[in-house]
Design a protein around this ligand. Structure first.
Ligand SMILES: Nc1ncnc2c1ncn2[C@@H]1O[C@H](COP(=O)(O)OP(=O)(O)OP(=O)(O)O)[C@@H](O)[C@H]1O
Ligand SMILES: [Mg+2]
Length: 257
């Protein structure tokens, strides 16, 4: 399978307007095409250097993540590599028109507060003022599926702003920091820690195992990353449950929003 043949629209469309997304830590642009379609474009040349991920590899991670998260039933905007992007090769992705009435999916409260059944308390810590606080996230099936897939992809950057809401759907974005061969998961979604996987989740893991056999992963990830991805699938099949917050390292992205 050649995963560069994804169905994303680009074809003969021409650029109409380009806006830089000022808040992004790497260069990111919203591109509006003459057809009226919009895309997100993140050129490899605009990546901030990282000590733990090799320069120029984030776009490949995003591409593989798009296919694997989608395979696991997570909504991810269609993504491909744009070799001839305006400032060089990069990731191009369908633009998600975010709803005006996005619901809060993350909250911080004093640690003795209870937010009720719709929320899962996931983390207790001390804030800047020395107060004991608790981190909560919504308990929703689409978020659980994102959390499940993040474990397999070893996502080091699942913050609240990496979940976009549109028409009652939750879209997972920004998967540039996935697939490291060392354990790096950092997420706000620890609320399912230790919970057994459902039958459907277990089936997805076994289907993913077969799916990966036919995927030319070495085109996009290094050999250690490919081995560790396969090992993670097996590990979670054996574990049969969500892993819990690691206690030997930071397990939250920064910032969390
Ligand atoms: N497909 C998309 N559709 C709509 N908006 C998007 C899309 N992808 C990214 N964005 C917006 O652009 C912002 C930056 O994108 P992204 O998180 O991928 O880049 P980044 O360099 O990691 O930025 P940050 O440091 O904010 O995480 C996102 O927080 C989001 O608001
Ligand atoms: Mg980001």
């Amino acid at each position: 399978m050649d995963i560069e043949d994804s169905s994303i629209l680009l074809g003969s469309d021409q650029i109409f307007e380009v806006y830089e997304i000022a808040s992004a830590s790497n260069s990111a642009y919203k591109i509006i095409f003459k057809s009226g379609n919009s895309s997100l474009y993140k050129p490899a040349s605009g990546e901030q250097p990282l000590w733990d991920f090799s320069a120029g590899t984030l776009m490949y991670r995003e591409l593989v993540a798009y296919h694997l998260y989608s395979f696991l039933g997570v909504k991810v905007p269609a993504t491909k590599i744009w070799e001839n992007g305006p400032v060089g090769p990069g990731v191009i992705q369908d633009w998600v028109a975010v709803s005006d009435d996005e619901e809060d999916i993350l909250k911080i409260t004093l640690s003795d507060k209870d937010l009720g059944d719709e929320w899962l308390g996931s983390f207790v810590g001390i804030d800047q003022t020395g107060e004991s606080v608790k981190l909560w996230h919504k308990d929703l099936p689409q978020l659980r599926r994102i959390a499940f897939a993040d474990l397999i992809m070893n996502n080091a950057d699942r913050k609240a702003s990496h979940v976009l809401q549109s028409n009652s759907n939750f879209y997972a974005i920004d998967h540039g920091l996935c697939f490291h061969s060392e354990d790096k998961i950092r997420t706000i979604f620890w609320g399912w820690g230790d919970e057994m996987f459902s039958q459907q989740e277990m089936q997805l893991l076994s289907k993913l195992d077969s799916y990966l056999q036919n995927f030319q992963l070495l085109k996009y990830l290094n050999s250690e990353e490919v081995v560790s991805l396969r090992e993670r699938v097996k590990y979670f099949q054996d574990l049969g449950r969500f892993s819990n917050v690691p206690n030997h390292r930071s397990a939250l992205p920064w910032p969390i929003y």
